[in-house]
Design a protein around this ligand. Structure first.
Ligand code: NDP
Length: 297
């Protein structure tokens, strides 16, 4: 099996380089050209040529425009990367009869209410990043290609920056931290996403009827505030020397950002767990593992 991985150095892309390797011949690209191949999603024509040259059996797209606030002022670029480039992948996958794996977001939803979102719930993004990611989903579905779209949330990896590492840094520098307590979601490890991706690819290869749109997030739900409390408590219990004395819960309205954020980011993962007989561990287990890696350095 020949697999093309795009966005190999992002949080999820990095973990996919590991998890996809035993599945088959892996060609992993980032935005820089190598040997006439380019995975630059801002250049859909070159991307099309690259896919045709490789002719993969599976395309895994971990690349995306993910700068949520900047997307408000760079809408055209976000649309090109998250929408048009995804459409190119989908049309090429359809022509090759290849399987396309793509990642999307809880930000396609409005964030209203407290019920976990199901795949069949209506979408209504509150920011431009969400609109651009929705355009990518719609292009895939319209192309008729074989696909797995995973909507996920609050992604972290041991490599690169993430919320927990930011909290740890701030907790070393400041005595008080203000953290939003009315946005609720599930911190989801890039390693879990990568492992689930491989398990589902294998099953879809033998049972194509399983292809489709799925919600993929760790179990449970937490606010950013309680997530921060978990991180700080763990660091303190494990010998971390921190300056922080108090964590202060604040509402989203007290922390204005260029892009609005949905309050309810809970994703209902029943369809994924049921169709693929999978268990999704609680968010705490993955976060604790990541904290161990970060604090042991
Ligand atoms: P990252 O931001 O860590 O990685 C995105 C990758 O895309 C980076 O390697 C980046 O490369 C690459 N990229 C950006 N622009 C281009 C381009 N023009 N051409 C090629 N590559 C490009 O994202 P994650 O790994 O966290 O996200 C993976 C997927 O999950 C995405 O689809 C995202 O929308 C989705 N998602 C993420 C969430 C999160 O909390 N992070 C939440 C919900 C969904 P470079 O480093 O060179 O810029």
């Amino acid at each position: 099996m020949k697999i093309l991985l795009l966005g190999k150095n992002g949080q999820v892309g990095w973990e996919l380089q590991r998890s996809l390797a035993p599945l088959g011949e892996l060609i992993a690209l980032d935005r820089n050209p190598v040997d006439g191949l380019t995975g630059d999603l801002s250049n859909p024509d070159e991307l099309r040529k690259t896919i045709r040259q490789i002719a993969p059996d599976v395309i895994v797209n971990a690349a995306a425009y993910t700068a949520v606030d900047k997307a408000e002022s760079e809408a055209e670029l976000a649309d090109r990367i998250n929408g048009q480039a995804t459409q190119v992948m989908a049309l090429e996958a359809a022509a090759l009869d290849a399987l396309l794996i793509h990642y999307s977001t809880d930000y396609v939803f409005s964030g209203a209410g407290i019920k976990p979102w199901q795949e069949t719930d209506s979408v209504s993004p509150v920011n431009h990043y969400g609109f651009s990611k929705l355009a990518g989903e719609q292009a895939i579905i319209a192309s008729g290609c074989k696909h797995l779209i995973f909507r996920t949330s609050w992604v972290y990896g041991a490599r690169g920056n993430n919320f927990a590492k930011t909290m740890l840094r701030l907790a070393r520098e400041r005595e008080t931290l203000n953290v939003i307590d009315d946005q609720i979601g599930a911190p989801t490890g890039a390693d879990l996403i990568a492992d689930v991706t491989v398990l589902t690819i294998r099953q879809v290869c033998s049972n194509p009827e399983l292809a489709g749109l799925y919600h993929l997030a760790a179990g449970g739900a937490v606010s950013w505030y309680d997530y921060a409390v978990h991180v700080i408590d763990f660091a303190k219990a494990n010998g971390g020397s921190l300056a922080v004395k108090a964590l202060q819960p604040i509402p989203t309205t007290a922390y204005p950002t260029p892009a609005a954020r949905p309050l309810n980011s809970r994703l209902d993962t029943f369809k994924l767990r049921n169709n693929f007989s999978l268990h999704l561990p609680d968010w705490q287990s993955g976060v604790t593992r990541m904290l161990r890696e970060v604090l042991d350095k």
